[in-house]
Design a protein around this ligand. Structure first.
Ligand SMILES: N[C@@H](CCC(=O)N[C@@H](CS)C(=O)NCC(=O)O)C(=O)O
Length: 369
């Protein structure tokens, strides 16, 4: 979080820096009306329920910030970066969002009445119901637009590695899509979602009413539907490597990481023997991957494949789970290569998101025991 210029002649009690705002928020204060923090860097911060009405936050960096239920009425957010921010239920009445970056922001149930949105980027944002309707109405006036921009919907959560597979593939394919975020502490059991996936799992892809569940099936569907750029090689041996790595990740790696995940999230004390067994299994998979990669930059190909997406989204969690990758130099270099791609950068969960997810994870993992 960066320092901002102290406000000249600031009246007593006025917030002078990002650090001060965060400190006072952490101490329980919520009322920060008329704060002046142009160009403030608050990305990834957790500030839900904060009152920033009439605040001056033009050009501020609020990307991926948790601002659920925040009040921004009359605030100046012009040119602010709210990319990926959680703005569910936030109030923007008469706020100035001119030129703001609201890409991938979650605006579900937000109030944007009388807000200025000229030149704001709302692509891939989750819009409030009314606005969604307006957007699709205006899209249907332009059929070519509506075909590409409102057809694919991905039900996801930013921490879900299974959903991230599809999210990355959508970016790699250069497709337009709409994100539908679900909180996994109950949204997945809502009748509307269970009607889409009776197994209450994300990801789900909705292609203009055609529903695909199971991430690997969704990836195959996208590959068949949009063959270029290809994420599946053509020759049988390379294809078998891709499939092998996909299935090994799903069947031999992920199920065995559950005790490590519980430990990483601080959710449970796992006994040493269970952790050792899990680490041994993970090591076997990593050794196999190391050999399989050989001198190839990607699994079974010189360019990215579905195997890289499926295995990469899982393997990248391992260092956080106490499994360093240093003993597997090819796997390590491959991970670094993946992380340099835009599709990976754009779907990288923030620390704040991971933190906020812990309570949802607790419920999910305790159910799996
Ligand atoms: N085999 C499924 C697994 C999907 C899955 O386990 N999704 C988790 C999130 S990573 C989920 O939705 N859990 C919610 C629940 O189990 O209720 C796939 O690959 O799509």
């Amino acid at each position: 979080m960066g320092e901002v210029e102290p406000t000249m002649n600031a009246p007593e009690g006025e917030i002078r820096s990002v650090e001060e705002l965060l400190r006072r928020y952490a101490a329980g204060e919520r009322d920060f009306e008329q704060v002046r923090l142009s160009q403030a860097d608050l990305h990834n911060a957790i500030l839900h329920g904060i009152d920033l009405s009439e605040a001056i936050l033009n050009e501020a960096n609020l990307s991926r910030t948790d601002l659920r239920g925040a009040d921004f009425s009359w605030a100046d957010l012009s040119q602010a970066n709210l990319c990926g921010a959680d703005l569910r239920g936030a109030i923007f009445t008469r706020a100035d969002l001119t030129g703001a970056n609201l890409r991938r922001a979650n605006l579900l149930k937000a109030d944007l009445s009388l807000a200025k949105l000229d030149n704001a980027d709302l692509s891939e944002a989750i819009l409030p119901d009314g606005m969604l309707q307006e957007a699709s109405e205006s899209a249907s006036e332009n059929p070519s637009e509506s075909q590409t921009s409102t057809r694919l919907k991905l039900y996801y959560h930013p921490i879900s590695a299974n959903a991230r597979r599809v999210w990355i593939a959508l970016f790699e394919k250069g497709l337009s899509f709409e994100l539908k975020r679900l909180e996994l502490n109950g949204d997945q059991f809502q009748p509307e979602f269970v009607a889409l996936n009776p197994f209450h799992h994300i990801p789900v892809l909705d292609d203009n009413g055609f529903i695909v569940v199971e991430s690997l099936a969704i990836l195959d569907y996208l590959e068949d539907k949009v063959p270029e750029p290809a994420l599946m090689p053509r020759d049988p041996k390379s294809r078998s490597i891709v499939r092998m790595v996909e299935f090994l990740t799903a069947n031999e790696l992920l199920p065995h990481t559950k005790p490590l995940t519980r430990q990483m999230m601080g959710l449970a004390e796992e006994d040493e023997a269970t952790i050792d067994r899990a680490k041994q299994q993970v090591a076997t998979v990593l050794q196999f991957f190391e050999a399989q990669l050989g001198d190839s930059p990607y699994f079974g190909s010189d360019s990215l494949t579905l195997a890289d997406i499926v295995a990469g989204t899982a393997v990248l969690w391992l260092p956080h789970m106490g499994v360093p990758l240093e003993d597997y130099p090819r796997v390590k270099a491959w991970c670094d290569r993946l992380c340099e791609r835009d599709s990976w950068k754009q779907t990288q969960p923030s620390l704040a998101e991971i933190e906020a997810f812990k309570s949802q994870m607790k419920t999910l993992l305790s159910r799996d025991r």
